[in-house]
Design a protein around this ligand. Structure first.
Ligand code: TLP
Length: 344
C-alpha cells in the first residue's frame, strides 16, 4: 500500500519550503491597517510594477480580490458579464449577489474562451426594464475549462468593446503567471487591457496565503475601503507578504516545469481506456479527465485515493488534476503507475 499520497487536487496545496520560511522569519513588519508594513508596501509596489498599473492592494484570497473588484465596479441591480464556467460564478459562494447585489450574466465560450462578439450580444439595452451592464470579467488561465489561455488579441478586442460601452473590465488572473509562463508574453502585456486584475500568490507560485488586486490609484483606494469593510484589513501581514515576494522572485520560472508535468500526466492518462482526454488541450498546469466507462467521478476518486493519488471532482464524471511545485516529474510517473490499474 503506498504511504505518501501524490496530491494533485490543486496547486493550492503546496507548503512553504525552508528558503520561504527563512524569508518569512526575516520579514520586517508593521501594522498594515496604518499602512506601516514595509514588506506589504514592497509587495504591493512590486506587483503593481510587474503589471504596469498604478497601485495594488494585498488581500487574503483570490476570492476577496475578485469580489472587491465586483463591488467597486458595480451598483446593486447591475449585471456582470462573465464566462459560464467562471470561478466567480461557481466557487465564490454566491458572493457577487450576496455582497454586491449584482446578477451574473453567464455566456458560454468554447473551452472557456469568450470573444468580443459573444460579449457584445450579452450587453443590455437602456430600457427601464433592462439591468444595467456595468462590468465584464474574464478568467485567464481558465480553471474549469482546464487551464486554457485566452489569446491576447482576443482580450484586446474585448477591452476595446468594454471601453466603447463604458463597461469596467476585470481579470480573474489567479493563474495569470501560468499564462505568461506558457506563452512567454509578460504579465504587464496581459494586464494592459484591464481596469483591475486579481492575481494569486497561493496557487502555482507556492506562497501559503495571499492575492493582490491591481489597478488605478483611484480604484485601489476604493478597494482598500472595501477590503477593510469585508474584514480583510490585516495587521503584521508582512510575514505573508515576504512569502509572496519570495515566491515571485524564485518560483515564477518553475511554472514552465509544472506545464511539462501536466503534459506528461495528460499523455499518460490519455492512453488509458477508461479516460477521455486530449493531451493537446492541456495548455498549462490543469488536466481535465473525463471518465467514460460508466463510473462516477466520486467512485474513481475513492479508488485513486486508496491507491495514493489525490485529485478532485469537476463534474459527475469529470476529474481535475493540477500539477505544482510540490510534485516532481518522478511523482507524475508514480501517479500514472498507481492510476493505471484503476483507469485502464
Ligand atoms: N481555485 C481553487 C478552487 O476554488 C476551485 C482551485 O483549487 O483551483 N480564481 C480562480 C481562477 C481560482 O482558480 C481560484 C481558486 C480563485 C479565483 C480563488 O482563490 P482563493 O482560493 O485564494 O480564494
Amino acid at each position: 500500500m503506498p504511504t505518501t499520497p501524490i496530491d494533485l487536487r490543486s496547486d493550492t496545496v503546496t507548503k512553504p519550503d525552508a528558503a520561504m520560511m527563512t524569508a518569512i522569519s526575516q520579514a520586517e513588519v508593521g501594522d498594515d491597517v496604518f499602512g506601516e508594513d514595509p514588506t506589504v508596501n514592497l509587495l504591493e509596489s512590486t506587483v503593481a510594477a510587474l503589471l504596469d498599473k498604478e497601485a495594488a492592494v494585498f488581500v487574503p484570497s483570490g476570492t476577496m480580490g475578485n469580489q472587491i473588484a465586483v463591488r467597486i465596479h458595480t451598483k446593486p441591480g447591475d449585471e456582470v458579464i462573465l464566462e459560464a464556467d467562471a470561478h466567480i460564478l461557481h466557487y465564490e459562494g454566491g458572493a457577487a449577489a450576496g455582497l454586491s447585489g449584482v446578477q451574473l450574466h453567464a455566456v458560454s465560450g468554447p473551452r472557456g474562451i469568450l470573444s468580443a462578439d459573444l460579449i457584445a450580444s450579452a450587453i443590455r439595452g437602456h430600457n427601464d426594464w433592462d439591468p444595467r451592464t456595468s462590468l465584464v470579467c474574464l478568467e485567464n488561465t481558465h480553471n474549469r475549462a482546464g487551464g486554457t489561455i485566452t489569446a491576447l488579441a482576443t482580450i484586446h478586442a474585448i477591452g476595446d468593446l468594454a471601453r466603447s460601452k463604458n463597461l469596467a473590465f476585470h481579470l480573474d488572473g489567479a493563474r495569470l503567471w501560468n499564462a505568461a509562463a506558457a506563452t512567454g508574453i509578460e504579465e504587464r502585456k496581459w494586464a494592459a487591457p484591464f481596469d483591475t486584475i486579481s492575481v494569486c500568490l497561493s496557487k502555482g507560485l507556492g506562497a501559503p496565503v495571499g492575492s493582490l488586486l491591481v489597478g488605478s490609484q483611484s480604484d485601489i483606494l476604493r478597494a482598500r475601503r472595501v477590503r477593510k469593510a469585508l474584514g480583510g484589513g490585516m495587521r503584521q501581514a508582512g510575514l505573508l507578504a515576504a512569502a509572496g515576494l519570495h515566491a515571485l522572485q524564485h518560483h515564477r520560472s518553475g511554472l514552465v516545469v509544472d506545464h511539462i508535468k501536466a503534459k506528461r500526466l495528460a499523455n499518460g492518462l490519455s492512453a488509458m481506456k477508461c479516460v477521455s482526454l486530449d493531451p493537446a488541450s492541456v495548455e498549462t498546469n490543469i488536466v481535465m479527465i473525463d471518465i467514460v466507462d460508466g463510473r462516477s467521478a466520486a467512485d474513481v476518486l475513492l479508488q485513486l485515493e486508496s491507491a495514493g493519488v489525490r485529485m478532485v471532482p469537476f463534474g459527475p464524471t469529470r476529474i481535475r488534476a493540477t500539477t505544482h511545485r510540490d510534485v516532481s516529474e518522478e511523482d507524475i510517473e508514480t501517479a500514472l503507475e498507481r492510476a493505471e490499474p484503476i483507469l485502464n
